[in-house]
Design a binder for this molecule. Structure first.
Ligand SMILES: C[S@@+](CC[C@H](N)C(=O)[O-])C[C@H]1O[C@@H](n2cnc3c(N)ncnc32)[C@H](O)[C@@H]1O
Length: 366
């Protein structure tokens, strides 16, 4: 979307699928953190650094409205304090977002002191951290949705501070094309996206487009890991025209990782957007969600088994690999291993069905 283009703009296919993921994740996030369970927190903050106008040209809601709707649908009105913070550097978006909140929630559903909504005009770099200070967000969980146009103008210092805050998670939109196209002209601000490291610039010497995209993603994953996020999940959304966009999720809780993956695999195929595991060498889409295409996972597992110790790997550990290192769920692993065993690429230590305790190893080269 051009910076000077109209506000609001048409909702892209990616965006519909992305919103579905946000909605499904928030449906889990709010109750887990605030739902009155023993470990629930007294407050939480949902913050966006690139909030947008709150609506699309076709009337579809923007992510800030979706977040508020999901809160209202999932936790009772007596739930603890939930702060909403929205930053955008386009005054037209700020004006529209204020109007959309009034239009979507004409009778304020929750009082300001239990659910403050703060909308701020300014850049994410200048405003998000000081505003989080101002609303007293630190020390309690924060979900930061950092949905830029893909160029990720987010300060590394903010990422570090978020990673060190309790039960805090980030969802970052990364569009590798903006880095690939302008690598030779982008100045030090582009290195700042990667925590000051210039390793991403190696794409200048690469010829293969997929390898360049993979490298930018790997560098960004490294940035989030160095900032302090233990668990990362990234996946590629591809629309019908083949345009791709990465969502990178960082958390310090394995449960957050599991829930995000559940949200991903539930996304409605009607958006016409497919998912790819960026690590799959053949870039095969995982289009059919009820009957997932597991061939990419089979390939990833085979590579993992071949790289591992000669005695093989336990299925239990491969399930952990799938959870932490791929876009797939642990439940997919046995289904992805079975064809590998049937075609003779791997051997199992027990006959019959593959189980969690089974050891599998690469078949000897013939
Ligand atoms: C992809 S749109 C956000 C869409 C919104 N999150 C949604 O899903 O409905 C990106 C937004 O970031 C804003 N923006 C671009 N650069 C920014 C910056 N450096 N700081 C804050 N906002 C910025 C744009 O005005 C635009 O509204």
């Amino acid at each position: 979307m051009p910076v000077d283009g109209p506000v609001p703009w048409e909702r892209a296919e990616h965006t519909g699928a992305k919103h579905d993921i946000y909605r499904r994740y928030l449906k889990r996030w709010f109750p887990i953190l605030l739902g009155g369970a023993r470990n629930a927190y007294p407050s939480a903050t949902y913050a966006e650094g690139f909030a947008g106008p709150g609506v699309y040209a076709g009337g579809e809601p923007g992510s800030p409205i979706i977040a508020m709707q999901t809160l209202l649908q999932t936790v009772s009105s007596e739930s603890p304090v939930v702060r909403f913070l929205f930053v955008d550097d386009d005054p037209r978006c700020i004006r529209s977002l204020n109007e959309q909140f009034v239009a979507a929630f004409p009778t304020r559903p929750r009082a300001h002191d239990t659910t403050p909504v703060v909308i701020v005009d300014g850049t994410c770099t200048d405003q998000l951290e000081p505003q989080l200070d101002k609303i007293g967000a630190w020390g309690q969980p924060i979900l930061a949705v950092l949905d830029s146009w893909g160029n990720v103008p987010i300060s590394y210092q903010l990422l570090k501070r978020l990673a060190g805050n309790p039960a805090t998670e980030v969802i970052v939109t990364l569009g590798p094309q903006s880095f690939i196209r302008f690598v030779s002209t982008l100045g030090p601000a582009a290195d700042d996206v990667f925590g000051g490291a210039a390793t991403w610039r190696q794409i200048e010497h690469m010829t293969d487009g997929a390898a360049k995209r993979q490298h930018v993603l790997t560098c960004y994953r490294q940035t989030l890991a160095t900032a302090g996020f233990t668990f990362l999940l990234d996946f590629e959304l591809i629309d019908r025209r083949g345009e791709s966009l990465y969502l990178v999720f960082g958390t310090n809780h394995v449960r957050g990782l599991e829930k995000m993956k559940d949200a991903l695999w539930e996304v409605d195929p009607v958006y016409g957007v497919g998912f790819r595991d960026p690590r799959d060498e053949q870039s095969e889409a995982l289009f059919n969600f009820t009957d997932p295409h597991l061939a990419p996972l089979s390939r990833l597992l085979l590579r993992e088994i071949q790289r591992g110790p000669a005695q093989g790997a336990r299925v239990h550990d491969l399930r952990q690999f799938a959870l932490h290192q791929t876009a797939f769920r642990p439940e997919h692993v046995i289904r992805a291993l079975t064809p590998l065993r049937d075609q003779g690429s791997i051997q199992a230590d027990t006959p019959g069905a593959i189980r969690i305790k089974t050891m599998v190893r690469a078949a000897a080269e013939r």
